[in-house]
Write a protein of this length. Structure first.
Length: 373
């Protein structure tokens, strides 16, 4: 990091800008959809501007930017948590901007005494764990601790230790959606690294060995990457059965699900849900448990509930997702004024050790006003 010079800062502001760089260095391990890391940064004295890199963020799951705003929430929360180690506080101003061209958010950093947030120790360790978990439900105390992490009026979270058969079917059918739409398969495979060489040479995307895939799946998946209509063509010839088995297995092997709901469906509430989800994820990591988003059953249904158009979606799936709000509310005993936004499976991993750490882009490549020495 010391090799970066910021064009705008004079010597008196350099140490604060350096602190902001250090915060970005730690926070860049926050999760983003498919590890696309759709960010650009500008540091101006004590201010950080976060821009959306719309090419990176382009995804069939992200037509209305919900995934970008959730990811932005996880990034802001990471910055806030790591700022507590540097005696800095954040003043966050969402910008009323076109997310494709202008800064999404301006963050001002204010120097003041702070107490270190213990979650800072887990920013690097947190990961998406797609492996099987024990069936053990979360203890009451953990559920209370999770609720206590929530300081956002417009967000709430709910835990369920068991799945009703109707909700299970809903999740499995939502997972089928991924494979039956070429648009999604294309966007997904843009980020899956199917060879060890690809893993070594890229700082983004998802290594195949993090996705629960086996080496013998790879030749077939390389074909899917080249011909994304294959899953649909082979659907009734065994592919549906395979997709269903994988999904059922992951839902059998877990300690429950966590669902995040919003009261208002504006940008700020989505970002706050990302912040809350990040707090929860770090806390879960701190107690040696794991989480994995189940976005196919939550993000597109959220957009549809909000009346947004998903042009490519087969009519069947549109009908399927219209059921989402009532299914979620029944499953988690939540009132009608809450809209489901993000779903996770949660539990203690059966295997010991952590999954391999996914890589991140170097911060210096993401800073618009940096030049390297
Ligand atoms: C908005 C969003 C949606 C995501 N959806 C899924 C998902 O549906 N399934 C999944 O396994 N991981 C999902 N992820 C996790 C990302 O793939 C993961 O964060 C990224 O690959 C980086 O890996 P890491 O979390 O292990 O650091 C999602 C993450 C975000 C922020």
């Amino acid at each position: 990091m010391s090799a970066i010079q910021l064009q705008t800062s004079d010597s008196s502001n350099r140490s604060l800008s350096q602190k902001i760089l250090n915060l970005l260095e730690k926070s860049r391990y926050c999760p983003t959809g498919d590890n696309c890391q759709p960010w650009r940064f500008e540091i101006n004295e004590n201010q950080l501007f976060i821009f959306n890199d719309s090419k990176r963020g382009k995804h069939a799951f992200n037509l209305h930017h919900s995934a970008t705003y959730l990811s932005l929430g996880t990034l802001i929360e990471s910055l806030d948590i790591s700022a507590s180690e540097q005696d800095l506080q954040l003043k966050i101003e969402l910008q009323n901007a076109n997310p494709d061209h202008e800064a999404l958010v301006k963050i001002q950093f204010i120097e003041c005494q702070t107490n270190k947030n213990y979650l800072a120790d887990f920013l690097y360790k947190r990961c998406t764990d797609r492996r099987p978990y024990f069936k053990e439900p979360l203890q009451e105390k953990i559920i209370k601790d999770l609720q206590a992490l929530n300081s956002f009026e417009n967000c709430t979270l709910a835990y369920s230790s068991s799945l009703s058969s109707e909700f299970r079917k809903f999740i499995v059918r939502s997972d089928e959606m991924v494979w039956l739409h070429e648009e999604i398969v294309i966007d997904l495979f843009r980020w899956i690294r199917l060879t060890n060489k690809d893993i070594e040479t890229s700082d983004d995307g998802m290594p195949w060995n993090n996705l629960g895939l086996k080496w013998y799946d790879i030749p077939f998946l390389k074909l899917v990457a080249k011909y994304p209509s294959i899953p649909k063509k082979l659907w009734k010839l065994g592919f549906q059965a395979k997709v269903n088995t994988v999904c059922h297995d992951s839902l059998k092997n877990m300690g429950g699900t966590l669902a995040f709901f919003v009261k208002q469906t504006d940008r700020q509430s989505i970002i706050e849900t990302g912040r809350l989800a990040m707090r929860v994820w770090l806390y879960i990591t701190s107690i040696h448990q794991s989480m994995q988003p189940l976005s196919s059953a939550s993000l597109i249904p959220y957009d549809i509930t909000c009346g947004k158009k998903i042009n490519f979606l087969l009519p069947d799936f549109h009908q399927h997702f219209l059921k989402a709000p009532s299914l979620f509310r029944n499953e988690y005993h939540i009132g009608r004024d809450w809209t489901p936004l993000w779903l996770f499976r949660v539990g203690q991993p059966k295997e010991k050790g952590d999954p391999p750490r996914t890589k991140r882009l170097p911060v210096e490549d993401l800073i618009l006003n940096a030049h390297k020495n």
